[in-house]
Design a protein around this ligand. Structure first.
Ligand SMILES: NC(=O)c1ccc[n+]([C@@H]2O[C@H](COP(=O)([O-])OP(=O)(O)OC[C@H]3O[C@@H](n4cnc5c(N)ncnc54)[C@H](OP(=O)(O)O)[C@@H]3O)[C@@H](O)[C@H]2O)c1
Length: 397
């Protein structure tokens, strides 16, 4: 097991002793960001919002600023009438500085936006609560190096990785035989190939259990999200891809499992509610006195189901796992091609079943770079976006 965690030092940001813990929420207007603010709202004596960053939902960000009165804020785009007047004591700042000027940054942006703040915080020795999986998919080796060099730590927010993390508490030094990631199967788990080709963006955005942002909801339906999570697990827990497996579990109650060298399997269970892993990541190593979500009632549930994912109907899972095994720049290319394809699908330009075709064609055209530095990763990302866009246009024609 790699050096994932170290005991938390808490209580200090920007030179001031802070009690409660100062949290910077990057991506505060998104699904994870809003749920994180819910957690913080319910525990005002434990957590305080010291910084908020968002993209283009300036109206919601303005309301959040008025409620939480953070010291630092950031947003995308220059002209933001809703943000023309900030409260006294609130100033704008870059997201990298923000990630350092707090006790714990929560990286809840989507896509590549969370990469630089994550690196900055880890290099500064901060614990980072990370939801933004694309960061680990595209540059996991760079993120790990920043963590080891800077003495920071990564605290998973994704429910599956939070489950694995919790299964590993107290297991330091014990060999992992397998990491078993559970997958609900997404909105289209029961459709055949012909039905999959005909699904609409509206249908794809209707996830059976989780309420998430648009990109991750489509990724869940294609199982690309689960594929990315296998790569995320590899980097977070320092296990080879060969030891990471996916198990279908439609109820989303068992969030993931770890099998140890002696065959013993540990699992973490809970209702599907992201506030629980968010709270865990912020509060570590403590457990908070109150649950943020309703209690789990196993007797009421009665039965839990498990199965094997169908890689033929859901090729995105296979493509992601292959890219993870290949390593180098392949995961970054895969993630960038997926992002392009998903947004083209959401815009109605390509079919749902064209998403893996665009990713596969982009990966096949790529000549990988082994052990890439950050520039090589960003170059591969930009290259893949261009190629995927032209492949998607071809698929549409
Ligand atoms: N949602 C879930 O249940 C879930 C579970 C596990 C992991 N994750 C991962 O968590 C991440 C966030 O997911 P989500 O569902 O919360 O996505 P989302 O709802 O699309 O939210 C994304 C957030 O990032 C903000 N953003 C975009 N560009 C930004 C920039 N340059 N600087 C600062 N903020 C920026 C967006 O702002 P605007 O809205 O203002 O444009 C929004 O607040 C993803 O990587 C996802 O894979 C999500």
């Amino acid at each position: 097991m790699g050096p994932l965690l170290s005991p938390l030092s808490r209580g200090r940001y920007d030179g001031c002793v802070s009690q409660p813990l100062g949290v910077a929420v990057l991506g505060s207007t998104g699904s994870i960001g809003r749920q994180a603010l819910d957690v913080i709202r319910q525990l005002p004596d434990r957590f305080e919002v010291v910084a908020l960053a968002a993209g283009r939902n300036h109206e919601l960000l303005a309301r959040q600023i008025a409620e939480f009165r953070p010291r630092f804020v950031a947003w995308e785009g220059d002209a933001a009438p809703a943000l023309a007047t900030l409260p006294d004591g609130t100033q704008t700042i870059g997201t990298e500085e923000m990630a350092i000027a707090c006790d714990v940054p929560l990286i809840a942006t989507a896509g590549a936006a969370g990469l630089m703040p994550t690196l900055a915080a880890l290099r500064a020795g901060k614990p980072v609560a990370i939801a933004n999986k694309e960061v680990l998919v595209m540059a996991g080796h760079i993120v790990r190096k920043a963590m080891v060099d800077g003495g920071g730590e990564l605290r998973p927010v994704d429910s599956e990785h939070s489950a694995i993390w919790q299964c590993l508490w107290g297991e330091e030094g014990h060999a992992i035989r397998r990491v078993l990631l559970t997958a609900s199967g997404g909105a289209f788990r029961d459709l055949d190939e012909a039905q999959l080709a005909a699904v609409t963006p509206e249908q794809a955005l209707n996830h059976p259990t989780w309420n998430m942002g648009a990109k991750i909801t489509v990724d869940s339906a294609s199982l690309m999200n689960k594929g990315m999570e296998t790569i995320e697990a590899m980097w977070l827990f320092d296990v080879p891809m060969e030891k990471v497996e996916v198990v279908l579990h439609r109820e989303s109650i068992v969030h993931s499992l770890v099998e140890f060298s002696d065959g013993s399997v540990k699992a973490q269970l809970g209702v599907p509610d992201m506030r629980l892993p968010i709270q865990c990541a912020l509060a570590y190593p403590e457990r908070m006195p109150t649950p943020p979500a309703p209690a789990l009632d196993l007797a009421k549930l009665g039965t839990l189901h498990f199965g094997t994912p169908d890689m033929a109907r859901f090729p995105c899972l296979r493509l992601a796992m292959e890219a993870g095994r290949e390593g180098g720049t392949y995961p970054a290319v895969m993630a960038a091609a997926d992002e392009v394809a998903v947004y083209r699908f959401l815009d109605g330009d390509i079919r749902f079943t064209d998403i893996p075709i665009v990713i596969d064609a982009t990966l096949r055209r790529h000549t990988g770079v082994a052990d890439p530095d950050l520039d090589a990763v960003l170059e591969a990302d930009a290259w893949a976006r261009q190629v995927a866009a032209s492949v998607a246009t071809g698929a549409h024609a």
